[in-house]
Write a new protein. Sequence first.
Length: 242
Amino acid sequence: MCGRYALNISGEDLAIEFAAGVKDAGYTPSNWNISPTTVIPFISSNDERGIERSIQTARWGLIPSWAKDASRQANAINARVESIAEKPTFKSAFKSRRCLVPVTGYYEWATELGKYKPKQPFYICHKDKQTLAIAGLYETWINPATNSPITTAAIITRQAFGIVAPIHHRMPVILPKELWSSWLSNKSLSPDETEHYLNMINLNQPDEVLTFWPVSDEVNNARNIGAQLAEEIPLPEAGTLF
């Protein structure tokens, strides 16, 4: 799963990179430790071509429109690609409210099933330091107590592949630029189109643009948000089988 990530880019630069208008840039432009329920930016589109794009903000942790309260939010930060078309929490958003979540890099903690010391945090990013575009979903929930709308979002994950698989068994679905417009189309998917979209984002080598290195366990504390969190540290000898 992806439970922490970094974003170090302004709304204006994000608009240039994703060819999007800045509809709502009310987020912290430099946060190296974004945690669940944090306000995050996402890119969405208002047309079937996925070209007319805008930057909006949402709380990280999707609340389905039918939820009676917000208690599910922190538990819905990730949507498994294997079940997004059927799971009640996500299937409506997948059908017509798809988005991109921009990420400078993300953190993952080694599990006991890999070759690294369990709970060792790693920072994973684009090998050329480009912004990663992670496939996401968004939803609007009406708070029954205040009758006010709240936009929330989730990141889509898949089985880990290649270089990141020894760290953790899950990874975000990272989309190349040539798929952005198709993914952002706001058309409501038919059953056949649903299958097509699932196949489209099932990339053969999803790790090919990634690199990673070990980082300090300072990232474990969500109150730490500085750039030092992503700095490489020596990997403890006991944590590798090199």
